[in-house]
Design a protein around this ligand. Structure first.
Ligand SMILES: [Zn+2]
Ligand SMILES: [Zn+2]
Length: 160
């Protein structure tokens, strides 16, 4: 059986508009119906198409599709990933209980939990520790901006 990846259309805030642009162009939209942001189909850095749903001949996959975080051609984070990181870093700075060293350590942990690297498990532990220390308000804000951009494994490890 042969298959191929379709192209995905995603809004600048990371909402998936259409994971199958080539096979189902009728679902395309210029702007996101959830947040009003512009939609894109390729990497802002290298212009490669965003990898969409995988299609196999004679089989239609209705499984879930999540917006990718990084471009598979140039390795740059997509805009929604960058926005989530920026927002998370701002929240960390907003904390009044964390000291400067804590803040730097927490930011490093956040950068590591949004990527799948050998450092991810340690980063998850640190993130949880600092989230408790930072307090409910900051922890809640961090969850809101990060929950959509971390992997399922990290999501479960942090928020259950
Ligand atoms: Zn959107
Ligand atoms: Zn790229």
């Amino acid at each position: 059986m042969s298959g191929y990846y379709d192209v995905a259309q995603i809004c600048l805030n990371g909402h998936v508009i259409n994971p199958s642009v080539r096979t189902s162009p009728e679902f395309n939209a210029d702007f996101c119906e959830l947040c009003g942001a512009q939609t894109i189909m390729d990497c802002g850095n290298c212009q490669s198409p965003i990898r969409g749903r995988y299609h196999t001949d004679g089989f239609f996959d209705f499984g879930s599709y999540a917006a990718p975080s990084y471009c598979i051609k140039c390795g740059e984070p997509y805009l929604w990933m960058q926005s989530a990181l920026d927002a998370a870093f701002e929240l960390v700075e907003f904390s009044e209980v964390l000291n400067t060293a804590d803040k730097e350590d927490l930011k490093q942990s956040i950068a590591n939990i949004v990527q799948e690297t050998p450092k991810t498990s340690l980063a998850v532990m640190k993130f949880k520790k600092y989230a408790v220390k930072a307090g409910k308000e900051v922890a809640g804000g961090l969850k809101d901006v990060l929950v959509e951009v971390v992997s399922e494994t990290v999501k479960k490890a942090i928020w259950g």
